[in-house]
Ligand binder design. Structure first.
Ligand code: PM9
Length: 455
C-alpha cells in the first residue's frame, strides 16, 4: 500500500481516552445508539466530520497572537480580504461565523418564494437555506454520481444538458446557478475545470450569476491537476485562480479548506451584490469586517487559505483517503469509488445485503463500528433522508452510506489502520451489526437527536 509521506511533524498532541468494549456498550446505550449523542471523550477516532476538526499549523497559531480585536476594520480583516482576492480573485469579502452564515446572507439577498436553484448537488445546509425560503433546490449532478462503483474521474460534474433545459424552461425563476466543489453529498467527488467552464458559459448566456460553494476548493484543484488533461504542470494556485475566474462569487466554510476550527466567508466580484449583502451581514453575523469572528480567527483563516495550496499537503491529505480506501477494497469491503477528497464512504447496502431497509443498515453500521473500535462515523442514508412530507413514510434513499470523514492533519496511518481493521472485522462478521428501530424520532433533522434501540 503506497503511503505518501506527511509534509509536517507533530508538535502538540492531544491525548485520547482508550475505552473497553463494555464501557463503549454503556456509552452507546446512553446515547440512544446515535453517534451524534456520544460525548467526545468516549470516542477514540472521530470521523463524524472533517469540518473544524483539523489541526492548525504553528504559523496559524502564531497568527492568532496578532489578532487585532477592533470592532471595525481589523488588520486581520484586511489580510484576509487581500488573501482571498489574491487566491480567488474576489475583491469583496464578508467574513461569517461559518459556511451556513454565508449561505444565509447570499440567499436572503437573492432568493424569493418559488425560485429554483440549480446546483450539481446541494449540501444539506445549502438545501435547507433554499427550502427555508420556499424555493426549490435542484440537484443536476451527472448520473455517474449515483453509481457507487462508477470510476468516472469527475463524478461531481453538472449535467449541462439538464442545466440548459431548466434555464430555458424556468429561467425567470432562477436567480443564480451554484456549483459545489468538491461535491460533498456525492462522496467528495471533484468537478472538472471543463465542466466549471461550461457551466459558467451557460449561466452567462442566460444572464445568471454563478456562485461556488467552495468548502473543499483546494482538494478539488488537486484532483484537476491529477486527472484533467492540460493541468499536470500547473501549480495548485493557478488552478484555483482559474476555477474561481468562472464564478461571480463564493460561499465558503473555512472549517474545511481554510484549515481552521471556525470561520467562513461570502465573497463577490460585484460591488452592488456586496453592498446588498452587508446589510444582512450586520443583521445576522456582525459588522461586515468581522462577521461573528474574532480578529485572531480571521488571521488563522487568511494563513490557512495559503497553506492549503501546498501540493505536498494536498497529496498527503488525499493520499490518506486513498490509503484507507485501498485497504478496504483489498479486503473486498464495498465502498464508493473512486476515493474522494475528504472521506471514505462504506456502501451499507452491499456491506449488509440481508438487513432490511427498515432496520437502517447504515445507521446500524455506525453503532457497530463504535463498539468495535471506538470509531465514530456518520450515516448518510435513510435516517438522514427523513420522511416524505406528504405520505409521512420513511424515505429509503438510493444510497445507504457510512461516511468515514478524515479530519485534516490530525490522524496518522496507524489510526487509519485501526479504522480499516475494525471495518474489515465487521465485514467478515456481519452478524455483529444489529438493526435499529426508533424509540424517539424528532419531527425534523431527525438524525441529529433521534434515539434508537436494537430491533
Ligand atoms: N459540511 C460536513 O460534515 C459540516 C456539518 S453539517 C451537518 O460535511 C458544504 C459543501 C459543506 C458544508 C458543511 C457547508 C456548511 C457548506 N457546504 O458547516 O456551516 O460540506 O461551516 O458549512 C459539513 P458550515
Amino acid at each position: 500500500m503506497k503511503i505518501v509521506p506527511p509534509p509536517y511533524r507533530i508538535k502538540v498532541v492531544e491525548p485520547l481516552e482508550m475505552t473497553t468494549r463494555a464501557e463503549r456498550e454503556a456509552y452507546l446505550e446512553e446515547a440512544g445508539y446515535n453517534p451524534f449523542l456520544l460525548p467526545s471523550k468516549a470516542v477514540y477516532i472521530d470521523l463524524l466530520t472533517d469540518s473544524g476538526t483539523g489541526s492548525m499549523s504553528d504559523n496559524q497559531w502564531a497568527g492568532m497572537m496578532i489578532g487585532d480585536e477592533a470592532y471595525a476594520g481589523s488588520n486581520n480583516f484586511y489580510h484576509l480580504q487581500e488573501t482571498i482576492e489574491e487566491i480567488m480573485g474576489f475583491r469583496y469579502v464578508i467574513p461569517t461565523h461559518q459556511g451556513r452564515g454565508a449561505e444565509n446572507i447570499l440567499f436572503t439577498v437573492m432568493l424569493k418564494e418559488g425560485d429554483i436553484v440549480p446546483n450539481n448537488m446541494h449540501f444539506d445546509t445549502t438545501k435547507a437555506h433554499v427550502q427555508y425560503r420556499k424555493a426549490k433546490a435542484l440537484d443536476l449532478v451527472i448520473d455517474e454520481a449515483y453509481d457507487p462503483s462508477s470510476q468516472h474521474p469527475f463524478k461531481g460534474d453538472m449535467n449541462t444538458e439538464k442545466l440548459r433545459e431548466v434555464l430555458t424552461r424556468d429561467g425567470d425563476r432562477i436567480p443564480l446557478v451554484m456549483m459545489t466543489v468538491t461535491c460533498n453529498s456525492g462522496g467528495g467527488q471533484p468537478v472538472s475545470m471543463a465542466n466549471l467552464r461550461e457551466v459558467s458559459e451557460i449561466a452567462k448566456a442566460f444572464g445568471k450569476p454563478l456562485y461556488i460553494d467552495s468548502a473543499r476548493f483546494a482538494e478539488n484543484a488537486y484532483f484537476i491537476k491529477l486527472r484533467e488533461e492540460g493541468y499536470q504542470d500547473k501549480a495548485i494556485a493557478e488552478i484555483v485562480k482559474e476555477m474561481f475566474s468562472y464564478a461571480d462569487g463564493a460561499t465558503m466554510s473555512g472549517k474545511k479548506d481554510a484549515l481552521v476550527n471556525i470561520g467562513g466567508f461570502a465573497a463577490f466580484k460585484d460591488e452592488e451584490m456586496y453592498r446588498k449583502s452587508t446589510v444582512w451581514a450586520v443583521f445576522f453575523e456582525g459588522f461586515p469586517t468581522y462577521g461573528g469572528l474574532a480578529g485572531r480567527d480571521l488571521e488563522a483563516m487568511a494563513r490557512g487559505l495559503k497553506e492549503v495550496l501546498d501540493f505536498d499537503y494536498l497529496a498527503y491529505r488525499t493520499g490518506q483517503i486513498k490509503y484507507l480506501a485501498d485497504r478496504l477494497l483489498e479486503a473486498g469491503v464495498p465502498i464508493m469509488e473512486p476515493a474522494g477528497g475528504h472521506a471514505v464512504y462504506l456502501d451499507a447496502l452491499r456491506f449488509l445485503p440481508d438487513m432490511p431497509r427498515e432496520h437502517f443498515p447504515a445507521f446500524a453500521l455506525t453503532s457497530a463500528l463504535y463498539l468495535e473500535g471506538g470509531i465514530r462515523a456518520v450515516e448518510i442514508g435513510s435516517v438522514l433522508a427523513g420522511r416524505d412530507q406528504e405520505t409521512n413514510e420513511n424515505v429509503y434513499s438510493s444510497l445507504e452510506l457510512v461516511r468515514l470523514t478524515i479530519p485534516r492533519r490530525t490522524y496518522t496511518e496507524r489510526h487509519l489502520d485501526a479504522i480499516a481493521d475494525a471495518v474489515i472485522s465487521l465485514y467478515q462478521n456481519p452478524t455483529r451489526v444489529k438493526g435499529l428501530k426508533f424509540i424517539y424520532e424528532p419531527p425534523v433533522l431527525r438524525h441529529f437527536t433521534a434515539r434508537f434501540n436494537y430491533v
